[in-house]
Write a protein that binds this ligand. Structure first.
Ligand SMILES: Cc1cc2nc3c(=O)[nH]c(=O)nc-3n(C[C@H](O)[C@H](O)[C@H](O)COP(=O)(O)OP(=O)(O)OC[C@H]3O[C@@H](n4cnc5c(N)ncnc54)[C@H](O)[C@@H]3O)c2cc1C
Length: 459
């Protein structure tokens, strides 16, 4: 029974497929569903823009390329079309990861908001922004038949035949009473980060003075001497798509639960406080940053994990570090486990563990199917994985791939009339392959110099 349904709610026109959440996973799910079938797709998003973390917090897609000296491009299909659209307007360059997690695809996040708008409009996806899912509607069997949204007109209901929960927080599953693991219940939850962007940086002066190694040494010195109250001795910054601007992943907020409104409020305020301590530190201590100023904080504090749904299969640490193959593979991942957590003494530590020999593991289709469900898929950072496996498979190359796989699966289910658990996985894999998704480790090496995106797309 829904918890909150005022009587006689107005109804929006129904859809074949309803996608909750317009982050990387949700947008790619909607695009894939439209690419493979004529189904009507409605995507609802609580913010006023699409992209979720990709546009609100970050500026680099990881997970497209495996790490190491002989990188491979292991993501393709729908996610490629997103990067191609950015590349066509000169909003992309490739750059190495600070910690050796593989080449990243750097983009202009403001441009990406437009790209998501355009790609979804062209594909014929109905998008509803400023629409918050607050409840689900079910029939007697428990099958989900619709959702309740809080919109600008107040509460409305909308029905659909299939659903994809790409909300990051598994809100649809949560309201439907589907089991999930709350981050922090079994393992310490990953920390929260407000990202910020600085302008008026002289990057040549910074590099000449020692770049990254100087930054690390100065951070440690500031903490040890107590000159600046940085939350930790590590952190990274990188040049952006706009000259003289850098983007950072420095702030670290631990021990607050983003599922709790009061704790999340405290986290937002603490993230902003730390960001300006970093600004002072950079201006005072790092050559090239003397005139730098913060010109943008992330739209909200970056949340790495909240809920992970229990699905027909749970991806594990052993699967990742064993480079495991699965017969129902729908995506590849070569990204290391990257676990940002508070250490035993309360200071931050990041634990790294790599897939051996720069190989990949398969992500099985069953991780997208909530246990026992036929009308519903879950995609993106709330998919079915343990804490460690999620810490590897959460890069946006993978969240886009998982979204696309869920979208193709939903369209196949609508066409065939079969449920999520019984549809033909070989047919799904064929759809993914036809769209350009690699499902086996590619033999061809990847090109990873700054201007090389298009070279990977030719031939
Ligand atoms: C600080 C930080 C740094 C990271 N660094 C990188 C990096 O450099 N590169 C990389 O590839 N990955 C990085 N990651 C991981 C990656 O960004 C995420 O795992 C990924 O973006 C998750 O995508 P998603 O679509 O699953 O979820 P999200 O991006 O969280 O999207 C979920 C969407 O659902 C919407 N939503 C939620 N609830 C509702 C509701 N009730 N009603 C309607 N809409 C709703 C949200 O507004 C949001 O738009 C980082 C993550 C963080 C937090």
């Amino acid at each position: 029974m829904p918890l909150l349904v005022p009587a006689h709610l107005p109804s929006l026109p129904p859809a074949d497929l309803l996608v909750v959440g317009g982050g990387t996973a949700g947008c790619c799910a909607a695009l894939a569903a439209r690419e493979s079938a004529g189904a009507t797709v409605l995507l609802i998003e609580r913010q006023g823009f699409l992209g979720g973390t990709s546009t609100g917090v970050l500026d680099t897609f990881y997970g497209f390329f495996t790490p190491g000296a002989h990188p491979r491009k292991v993501v393709g299909g729908v996610p490629d079309r997103v990067v191609d659209a950015l590349d066509r307007v000169g909003a992309v360059f490739l750059r190495p990861n600070t910690y050796g997690a593989g080449t990243g695809v750097n983009y202009n996040p403001e441009r990406l908001k437009r790209v998501w708008d355009e790609l979804l409009a062209r594909a014929g996806v109905r998008v509803l922004l400023h629409a918050i899912l607050v409840d689900v509607l079910t029939e007697g069997s428990g099958r989900i038949t619709g959702v309740v949204l809080l919109t600008r007109q107040g509460f409305v209901q909308v029905s659909a035949r299939r659903f994809i929960d790409a909300s990051g927080d598994a809100v649809l599953c949560h309201h439907a009473g589907i089991d999930s693991e709350r981050a922090g219940d079994l393992e310490p939850a990953q920390t929260l980060t407000t990202t910020f962007r600085l302008a008026a940086v002289d990057l040549d002066a910074y590099e000449r003075a020692g770049g990254k190694s100087l930054l690390m040494a100065k951070m440690a010195e500031a903490v040890d001497r107590g000159t600046h109250a940085l939350p930790r001795k590590a952190g990274s910054l990188h040049r952006m798509n706009v000259s003289g601007c850098v983007s950072t992943v420095c702030v670290r907020v631990a021990g607050l639960d983003p599922n709790d409104s009061e704790q999340l409020t405290t986290a937002e305020q603490e993230g902003r406080r730390q960001a300006f301590i970093y600004e002072d530190f950079l201006r005072d201590c790092i050559p090239g940053f003397g005139d730098a100023r913060i010109i943008g904080l992330s739209h909200q504090i970056g949340i790495r994990e909240t809920r992970r749904v229990y699905g027909e299969y749970r991806l594990t640490r052993a699967d990742c570090l064993g480079a495991t193959r699965f017969p129902d593979c729908v995506a590849l991942c070569g990204a290391p486990i990257e676990d940002h957590r508070a250490g035993p003494d309360g200071t931050e530590e990041t634990a790294w563990a790599y897939v051996p020999d720069n190989q990949v593991y398969d992500v099985p289709y069953r991780t997208l199917v909530p246990r026992g469900r036929d009308e519903l898929w879950v995609a993106g950072r709330c998919f079915s994985a343990t804490h460690d496996a999620h810490a590897s498979c959460r890069s946006m190359g993978q969240t886009m791939s998982l979204g696309a796989a869920a979208g193709f699966a939903a369209s196949l289910s609508l066409e065939s009339g079969l449920g999520a658990r019984t549809l033909s996985v070989p047919d799904l894999q064929e759809r993914l392959r036809r769209s350009g998704t690699p499902l086996v480790f590619p033999e061809r090496g990847a090109f990873t110099q700054a201007g090389d995106w298009a070279r990977n797309r030719s031939g």
